[in-house]
Design a protein around this ligand. Structure first.
Ligand code: OFO
Length: 166
């Protein structure tokens, strides 16, 4: 049985995962309009993953005697300055999600809700992987540079990186 406080905190996390999913969908759409098909497919897949993270929370809350709430989310950004801008924003977003997962972990531990604490370990691992993926892409962008002549190479590399982490 979830305490009200933990149920509310998990419901807030649903909003963050939904926002991440929408935000990656918006990035996918922008990349597609720029002819960056590899990056677009990377972000379409990333958006699907975030939706799965959201659904996992919905099911957990409902299975544990709570009520998962599906609430409105703020609109994601629609346009970006460059591919570097997109990945910088992604990393920043992932770091924000990691922070809120860490707060949830702390709350469940101090509340002695060990089942939810255990459930959240999957997210801890996932956030580590995602932060490291986005950081490695930004490193690659910084090394290659974003001049037009390198964009095709970068786009192909980005599309390939997605498969390696799954
Ligand atoms: Fe990477 O945001 Fe979900 O957990």
């Amino acid at each position: 049985m979830l305490s009200k406080k933990i149920e509310q905190a998990l419901n807030s996390q649903i909003i963050k995962e939904a926002h991440a999913s929408n935000s990656y969908l918006s990035m996918a759409s922008w990349c597609e309009t720029q002819g960056l098909r590899g990056s677009a497919s990377f972000f379409y897949a990333q958006s699907d993953e975030e939706r799965q993270h959201m659904l996992k929370l919905v099911r957990y809350i409902n299975e544990t005697g709570g009520h998962a709430l599906i609430q409105d989310i703020k609109e994601p950004k629609e346009t970006y300055k460059s591919i570097k801008d997109v990945f910088e924003l992604s990393l920043e977003q992932e770091r924000g999600v990691t922070e809120s997962i860490n707060e949830l972990v702390e709350l469940t531990f101090s509340s002695k809700d060990y089942a939810t604490f255990h459930f959240l370990q999957w997210y801890v691992e996932e956030q580590h992987e995602e932060e490291s993926l986005f950081k490695s892409i930004l490193d690659l962008i910084n090394v290659a540079g974003t001049q037009e002549k390198n964009l095709l190479f970068l786009d192909k590399e980005i599309a390939g990186l997605r498969g390696k982490t799954e």
